[in-house]
Design a protein around this ligand. Structure first.
Ligand code: PFF
Length: 450
């Protein structure tokens, strides 16, 4: 069967950046910065992304393009007849779990976009407490979040059904640059608020005493989540890449743009938090509770709110599309289903789990797993265990199981890319030794420190 490919390197990079840049950058990163001590977390995060996550991203891309198939098939092609195919199964399973709760937050973004378009945050003056209870009442209600969750997931499935080239590539090509401009615009607006300087100091002047094992572990988990590594997503996307494209160059561009997005998003949020005397440590509610308050206090806040939630939604959609694509590629190539049918099956499965996640904020809040509501449990379980395990196994696979020459050839396009040739040695050492050891050390030191 002839596989569809990305039409250009630009399209491939845009689609992969689209997968990487999402709620992880705009919603998760800023609140993690607040919870884990500001600039100290930012510093550790940047080091972790470029030293560890980037080589892991390269490993996934090498395995994907080498095998020319989905995350499950890749391990069967590259290590036939071995148990490695179960790593592939893990890589199909993890993103689908993520999608079920990701689309719930995607649904929240839709609700907040809707509220912004109705100028709900700016037409009447709301106190901070009122905005908190608007958010609390919304997420704990039954129907509205479920309707938005269904819309979000439905749109995601539609984009995937349109196919790799028409759907994902076109969407990524138009939306990612637009999104980048939008976030910069909001950051510029936030920077000109009186008192914004304190927010910048909080983001960029590290207090080294705050660097702890927990901060390192949180930064590592955030790096995986944000770059979409350890999920088989980059592996699947790389399998659609052209043989002439450079894996090294593409991965650096993806990591740089993803990190820039996260930093610019924080520059849009933290200075405003400080300018209005709010607490940066609000946690996951930071975006949805604090920002509308900030919008309501800003000149032109109504328009800024609409722009921001459009940006958030686009970011969430390009990521959710990539998550669904992993499962669809698997069902189409391994189970020979049609794209439409495959997308429908995954839609239904993740929709049902997503319903339970959404209800876990309201009627099902008493249903606890290890003390957590279902939503928190799935988030914690995927980011702390499944993602780290996936990333660890993929570097071990590429570093120890795959043939070194094959890895080198894939990374350097058969030796034709001189720059990649020079980089290969150090990168291979990181993949083989540093990455697995560092992941294990960070994991264990965090467990023993807590
Ligand atoms: N990396 C994306 C983000 O930062 O929002 C989202 C994401 C994609 C998370 C794929 C998980 C995943 F499996």
């Amino acid at each position: 069967m002839q596989r569809e490919n990305f039409g250009s390197q630009f399209g491939a990079i845009m689609a992969m950046t689209g997968s990487a840049v999402g709620l992880g950058n705009l919603w998760r990163f800023p609140y993690m910065v607040g919870v884990y001590g500001g600039a100290a977390f930012v510093l550790v995060y940047v080091i972790v992304v470029f030293l560890l996550c980037l080589p892991i991203l390269n490993s996934e891309m090498i395995a994907g393009r080498r095998s020319q198939t989905n995350a499950f098939g890749a391990f069967k092609v590259l290590a036939p007849g071995t148990k490695w195919k179960w790593v592939g199964a893990l890589m199909i399973f993890t993103p689908l779990v993520v999608l079920s709760y990701y689309s719930v937050i995607g649904g929240w973004s839709l609700e907040y976009l809707y509220k912004s378009v109705c100028f709900d945050f700016t037409s009447v003056a709301h106190t901070r407490q009122e905005l908190d209870s608007i958010f609390g009442n919304f997420i704990s209600s039954v129907w509205t979040p479920l309707i938005w969750h269904t819309v979000f997931l439905g749109v995601t499935a539609l984009i995937v059904v349109l196919g790799v080239k028409k759907g994902i590539e076109t969407f990524g090509k138009i939306m990612m640059p637009l999104l980048f401009l939008l976030v910069i615009l909001i950051a510029v607006r936030a920077a000109t608020l009186p008192g914004a300087g304190e927010g910048f100091a909080y983001l960029f002047k590290p207090d080294f005493s705050r660097i702890t094992p927990a901060v390192c572990a949180a930064a590592l988990g955030q790096g995986f989540f944000s770059l979409s590594v350890g999920f088989g997503i980059m592996l699947t996307y790389a399998s659609y890449m052209n043989r002439k494209d450079s894996i090294g160059k593409s991965s650096v561009l993806i990591a740089v743009s993803d990190t820039m997005f996260a930093l610019i998003a924080s520059c849009a949020i933290m200075p405003a938090v400080f300018a209005f005397g709010l607490s940066p440590e609000a946690g996951p509610s930071l975006l949805f509770e604090v920002l509308p308050f900030i919008f309501s206090q800003m000149p032109l806040g109504g328009v800024v709110a609409i722009l921001f939630f459009v940006a958030l939604l686009v970011a969430a959609l390009t990521s959710s599309v990539s998550i669904l694509e992993v499962g669809v590629a698997y069902l189409v190539e391994e189970k020979h289903l049609s794209r439409k049918f495959a997308a429908l099956i995954i839609f239904l499965g993740t929709w049902l789990v997503g319903i339970l996640c959404s209800l876990s904020f309201g009627p099902l809040s008493d249903m606890r797993i290890f003390g957590d509501i279902l939503f928190d449990f799935l988030d914690r379980f995927t980011s702390n265990i499944l993602m780290t395990l996936g990333a660890l196994l993929i570097v071990i696979f590429v570093g120890w199981k795959m043939n070194r020459d094959d890895v080198r050839n894939e990374f350097t396009n058969g030796g034709t890319l001189k720059g990649s040739g020079k980089l290969f040695g150090p990168m291979y050492l990181v993949i083989r030794y540093l990455a697995p050891i560092a992941i294990l050390v960070i994991m264990f030191s965090n467990i023993f420190a807590s």
